[in-house]
Design a protein around this ligand. Structure first.
Ligand code: NAD
Length: 495
């Protein structure tokens, strides 16, 4: 039995013969296979969405909100089920999966109130007896392409907002953990969303390319690694589409000498090793402004040594990596760090997990004395590896952060308000935490990075999300009577 697609209101099989394996990362066992859609399968989904979009754009705001409220109730009452599905395919521990679901629910709640964000603007008498008003209209069919690391939250960054704005969606989740997206689509249908407004197509590059090229797809929201985000942005914009492509990250946490080192150490461990480092907002570099490094590394090491790595269903702190191949890649980065001369204060390669020996295990690794030329510093590892870089001053710290090609998230730990204010002003990063290590914006603000962490102009959800999924139109209107007659070829000006 394989996992198929959800098109036009029901689960369907596609025509493709190609399949991908889905694993339980904590046991290493293949649990199912997922269909990898062909271009023809994608076309079926997009055509269903195009048909549905024509009617859905005319559904009243009240009806759209009612569907979103009902969907919120279903997703909320079944949140434990969603968390279990996330843990079974991604591997993150159950408590972390529940947190992911909670952040996704917040976007649904934001979308329930979207009629107020969709209000236009009206100017009476822009000229005598002439009114002008702005309205925002849906785009039609939009594609959402999501990564493996947040199989619920990332689709929910986009789908509720797109649907509330009156669009129809084709969602292409990660082929590594496809089940949650299908549940969301089924529950949306149960909540009253008309058939075809939300479709899920499972697949890989072939499905993505088909979406990027399909003439009925008007916009693409993508989240994934930087090379693929860049590719998606270039290809889809060349095909005339509106694109927001969120990419990878290398997030720095700066610790100034006046910071509370115990609180900073707690934060570094939580943000570095939560979800086994497979978060785009994970802290992967700790910038210790001397003289704090020795004391900070000692505190972090004590905490990291106490972390329990194991099966996410067994109350552990940190789960496995998503696939055997990814675990091997991250392990090779640890090898490279040691070879380059970084000091492995805690070495995750030696871990004894509380779980099946065939799981995709790697324990938390803490490196000290990392320098910016090492691959553990330059590359996005996306695993439980925290690198400490020692610098001599605040200026050196901010220069280091700003030299990174990435600009997703960053944090500064300090009790000096002036220094924090300066950092927030000077740092070239899209999301900044002041004594907050993972500054993920709430749904009514917008999520997005700078530089190679986001290609496009608009960020996810909040005001930017509404702008992304709608087009502005300005109407100028006058109700004619005989006084308005007469020929005048001059350019219209207000009178
Ligand atoms: P990925 O780039 O491998 O995959 C993302 C999506 O692209 C998936 O749906 C996948 O099927 C598809 N894809 C993969 N290869 C492709 C190709 N050659 N052509 C077209 N499509 C392709 O990313 P991932 O490993 O699933 O997720 C982890 C990455 O996502 C990390 O780099 C992480 O930083 C990033 N991420 C970023 C954010 C953000 O908000 N900036 C959020 C979550 C994850």
């Amino acid at each position: 039995m394989s996992i198929g697609h959800f098109i036009d209101g029901k689960r369907v099989e596609g025509t493709s013969e190609r399949r991908g394996d889905v694993f339980d990362p904590a046991t290493g066992r293949r649990t199912t296979v997922v269909e990898l859609a062909s271009t023809a399968d994608v076309d079926v989904a997009v055509q269903a969405a195009a048909r549905a979009a024509r009617a859905w754009r005319d559904a009243s705001l009240a009806r759209r909100s009612a569907v979103l409220f009902a969907f919120r109730e279903l997703a909320h009452s079944r949140r434990d089920r969603l968390a279990e599905v996330i843990t079974a395919e991604h591997g993150k521990v159950l408590a972390d999966a529940a947190g992911e679901v909670q952040r996704g629910l917040e976007v649904i709640e934001y979308a329930c109130g979207l009629p107020s964000a969709l209000r236009g603007a009206f100017s009476e008498n822009v000229s005598t007896e002439v009114d002008s008003y702005t309205i925002r209209q849906p785009l039609g069919v939009v594609a959402v392409i999501s990564p493996f690391n947040f199989p619920v939250m990332v689709p929910l960054w986009f789908v509720p907002v797109a649907v509330a704005c009156g669009n129809a969606v084709v969602l292409k989740p990660s082929e590594k953990d496809p089940s949650a997206a299908l549940l969301l689509a089924e529950w949306f249908a149960e909540a009253g969303l008309p058939d075809g407004v939300l479709n899920v197509v499972n697949g890989d590059k072939e499905a993505v390319d088909a979406l990027l090229e399909h003439p009925e797809v008007r916009a693409v929201s993508f989240v994934g690694s930087t090379p693929i985000a860049r590719y998606v942005y270039q290809r889809a914009t060349a095909a005339g589409k509106r694109v927001q492509a969120l990419g990878g990250a290398k997030n720095h946490m700066v610790v100034l000498p006046d910071a509370d080192l115990d609180l900073a150490a707690d934060a570094a461990v939580n943000a570095g090793f939560g979800s086994a480092g497979e978060r785009c907002m994970a802290i992967s570099v700790l910038v210790a402004v001397e003289p704090v490094a020795d004391a900070l590394v000692e505190r972090i090491a004590a905490r990291v040594t106490g972390l329990r790595t194991g099966d996410g269903r067994r109350g552990c702190d940190m789960g496995p990596l998503v696939t055997a191949a990814h675990a091997a890649t991250v392990r090779s980065y640890v090898d490279a760090g040691v070879a380059a001369g970084a000091v492995p204060v805690v070495d995750g390669r030696d871990v004894t997990p509380n779980g099946d020996p065939d799981g995709f295990w790697l324990g938390p690794t803490l490196f000290d004395r990392v320098t910016p030329d090492m691959s553990i510093y330059t590359d996005e590892i996306f695993g439980p590896v925290l690198s400490v870089v020692r610098v001599g001053s605040y200026d050196e710290a901010v220069d280091l952060v700003n030299a990174s090609p990435y600009g997703n998230g960053t944090a500064i730990f300090t009790n000096d308000g002036g220094a924090a204010r300066r950092y927030q002003h000077e740092v070239e990063v899209g999301m900044v935490g002041i004594n907050v290590p993972i500054p993920v914006p709430m749904a009514y603000h917008s999520f997005g990075g700078w530089k190679s962490s986001l290609f496009g102009d608009l960020h996810a959800h909040g005001e930017d999300g509404v702008r992304f999924f709608t087009r502005g139109k300005v109407v100028t209107s006058r109700w004619l009577d005989p006084r308005h007659g007469g020929v005048n070829l001059g350019f219209p000006t207000q009178t």
